[in-house]
Design a protein. Structure first.
Length: 164
């Protein structure tokens, strides 16, 4: 049985009538009436956490990127991956909306301008840090900041005022 149900109410009633007394049928069919239940994200378990912790030290950068992008990755794991030798891994940490401020702050000073640009796009990056990035040495990062700010003026990180 799929975790996503496309059955209509009429189809569920027909199935219920065709399988009277079948254990679990009523519960399974009734759960599909609740859109929130059908669309909910699976519960994050201790086992999933253990897998994330194990995968964070994978020799494969692509697997570490997957961990870095996971919204359930613990802060300590994101902090470790923020220092990864692969810029792709660090970029995924920079994009992670659950990354702690201290991690984002460190990545805003990353040697790779693409990582700094991803920090600028992260909706969790505070305005003061975005303002700091508006003075980045890289035109790419400054352009991303302008895009994030809607093409408006660049803001001074010290004063919060527009720069001429």
């Amino acid at each position: 049985m799929s975790c996503i149900r496309f059955s209509t109410t009429a189809q569920r009633e027909q199935f219920r009538a065709a399988a009277p007394g079948m254990p679990g049928v009523d519960t399974a069919l009734d759960a599909t009436d609740d859109v929130a239940t059908r669309m909910s994200v699976p519960v994050f378990t201790e086992g999933k956490l253990r897998r994330l912790l194990a995968l964070a030290s994978s020799p494969s950068a692509k697997i570490r990127e997957s961990v870095a992008s996971n919204r359930h990755a613990p802060a300590a794991v994101l902090d470790t991956l923020a220092h990864d030798g692969d810029s792709g891994v660090r970029s995924w940490v920079a994009r992670n909306e659950t990354a702690p401020l201290a991690v984002l702050d460190g990545l805003a000073r990353d040697r790779d301008d693409s990582v700094r640009a991803w920090v600028a796009t992260n909706p969790s990056t505070p305005p003061a840090l975005v303002a700091h990035l508006s003075f980045d040495e890289s035109e790419t990062v400054r352009g991303v900041v302008r895009w994030r700010l809607g093409g408006g003026d660049v803001v001074s990180p010290a004063s919060g005022a527009s720069r001429d």
